[in-house]
Structures are given as structure tokens and as C-alpha cells.
Design a protein around this ligand. Structure first.
Ligand code: G
Ligand code: G
Ligand code: MN
Ligand code: NA
Length: 250
């Protein structure tokens, strides 16, 4: 298939790039870090969503190579930022289950000189569906390195509270569908309220994703949400823009 051939080529030639979206303190709007989001522009000019090409890479056995590149690139970029800023990297099921993943993360941190607490991996609950409970072991290994571990897209799929009980995540990222609907839909607002309260009781950070309006921000603040991410503050941007953004905000 043409798509797969192009993807192999893009991985080999490093034509996949990373964009970085700010994650900000809900109260002060100070930037706490950036989430790295993979972008692929095909030779024919079209773009393919990361959901799609990550899945393709997993099916084709290319995910370790691609995932290692993304992780290495994001850590190297973050190592150039001011020290209080973190980088969040999405990790797919195939990557997490891959042989020696913990060692490769440790090696990436060493090589790039990024302090472990400045890296946060984002894991979706699908890792628990998919397979073996050894996933918890990998997460524990990562945590032992000092890396933060966020439960991504919380509430989107078959969220089970058992995941939150079974593992001490350092952050919950609330799926953007709740944020989108919370203003007009009482049930969505109730779920947001409950997730924020749950995070507080667990003593973990909660990030609301997909925040697009001041009204949403205001309501999230009143609920006690810790962090926000979304177009209201900023879209994802190329790494080169980050120093300028930080300079402007000084
Ligand atoms: O940035 P965007 O909305 O296009 O991302 C779509 C989806 O792709 C999101 O769910 C995001 O988590 C996922 N995604 C983006 N970049 C990466 C990546 O580097 N690795 C993995 N595994 N998923 C990613
Ligand atoms: O699944 P994950 O949270 O990793 O993916 C984040 C995705 O959400 C990215 O694809 C990013 O482009 C998208 N995104 C980020 N902020 C907003 C927003 O405010 N509105 C919408 N609709 N999408 C957003
Ligand atoms: Mn994410
Ligand atoms: Na998400």
C-alpha cells in the first residue's frame, strides 16, 4: 500500500515532525509544559492524523523505531527549555509492550540530559484492555525512573475506576468531550465535577483538554481544575517557536 510505503520512507528520512501544545496552570495560566504531538505531511501534500499513522506503524512493526524517534526528539527539545518546563509524550500500546522499553526511556534521558521528572508519558486506558497486566509492571518501572505518568483521554472509552485504583498515576487528563459539553449539558458538567474531585482526593493533577472558550476556563477554575490545555491558550506549535513564545510571556 502506498500509505505504508510512504510511512516507512517518512520514518527513515525523519519526515515526521513534532508540534508542541502548551499545558498551562488553570489559575495563573503560567506554562507548565508542552505535549508533543506527531505530525506527518505526505509527499503529495496531504496530512495523515497521528491516530491513523501510529496505528499503521503498530500494525507494520514500525512503532518501536517511530516511537523511539519521537521520544528522543521530544526529550532533546525539552532539554533546551527552562528547567521548570516539562514535556509530555504520548506512548502507544505497542511501544509500552515492546521489549526493553524502560531501559530505552532511561537511555534516552541519559543521552539527552533531561531530568526524569521533566518527562511525562501519556498512556491511554486502551493499554489495559489490550493485554497482559504486565502493563502495570512497565508503568511501575517508568515511575521508578522518576518519570511522570498521565492517564490520557480519561472518560473517552471504557474508563474503569479500577485503573486509577490499580496504579498511582501522577496526572489525569480529562477527555475533551466533557469540556466541550460541560457548559450546555448538566451530565457532562457533573462528570467534570466528579473527575476534578476524584483527582483532588487522589492527590494528582487534573488537566482539562480541549479548552476553547473563556466560559469553559471560568467553570473549570471554579471547579478546582489544576491545568488546562486547548486552543483558548494555544494550538500546537513547532519547537522553534517555543523560545519566542516564552520570551513574549516574560
Ligand atoms: O494532535 P492530534 O489531535 O492530531 O492527535 C490525534 C491523536 O493522536 C491524539 O489522540 C494523540 O494522543 C495521538 N498522538 C499524537 N502524537 C502522538 C505520538 O507521538 N504518539 C502516539 N502514540 N500518539 C500520538
Ligand atoms: O489524545 P490526545 O490528548 O493526546 O490528543 C490531543 C489532541 O487534541 C491533539 O490532536 C490536539 O490537536 C487536539 N486538541 C488540542 N487542543 C484542542 C482544542 O482546544 N480543541 C480541539 N477540538 N482539539 C484540540
Ligand atoms: Mn495526549
Ligand atoms: Na487526550
Amino acid at each position: 500500500r502506498a500509505l505504508l510505503r510512504d510511512l516507512r520512507e517518512a520514518i527513515a528520512e525523519k519526515n515526521i515532525v513534532l508540534a508542541y501544545q502548551p499545558i498551562v496552570d488553570a489559575q495563573t495560566l503560567a506554562i507548565r509544559g508542552f505535549e508533543a504531538l506527531a505530525r506527518w505531511r505526505r509527499p503529495n501534500g496531504g496530512s495523515v492524523s497521528p491516530d491513523r499513522f501510529i496505528r499503521l506503524a503498530e500494525e507494520a512493526g514500525l512503532i518501536e523505531e517511530l516511537g523511539d524517534w519521537i521520544l528522543g526528539h521530544a526529550c532533546a527539545e525539552a532539554a533546551t527549555w527552562p528547567e521548570m518546563l516539562k514535556v509530555a509524550v504520548n506512548i502507544s500500546v505497542g511501544q509500552l509492550g515492546g521489549r526493553g522499553f524502560i531501559q530505552r526511556v532511561a537511555e534516552t534521558l541519559r543521552r539527552t540530559g533531561l531530568a526524569p521528572h521533566r518527562l511525562e508519558v501519556e498512556i491511554t486506558e486502551s493499554i489495559f484492555m489490550d493485554a497482559d497486566t504486565s502493563s502495570f509492571g512497565v508503568l511501575e518501572g517508568l515511575r521508578d525512573l522518576g518519570v511522570g505518568i498521565a492517564l490520557d483521554d480519561f472518560g473517552r472509552g471504557f474508563s474503569s475506576l479500577g485503573f486509577l485504583r490499580g496504579f498511582a498515576f501522577s496526572k489525569i487528563k480529562m477527555d475533551m468531550s466533557f469540556v466541550r459539553d460541560m457548559i450546555h449539558d448538566r451530565r457532562s458538567a457533573a462528570v467534570v465535577h466528579a473527575v476534578v474531585g476524584l483527582a483532588a482526593d487522589l492527590g494528582v493533577v487534573v488537566t482539562a483538554e480541549g479548552v476553547e472558550t473563556l466560559e469553559q476556563l471560568d467553570q473549570l477554575r471554579r471547579q478546582g481544575c489544576t491545568e488546562i490545555q486547548g486552543y483558548l491558550f494555544s494550538r500546537a506549535m513547532p519547537g522553534e517557536r517555543i523560545p519566542h513564545l516564552l520570551e513574549e510571556l516574560r
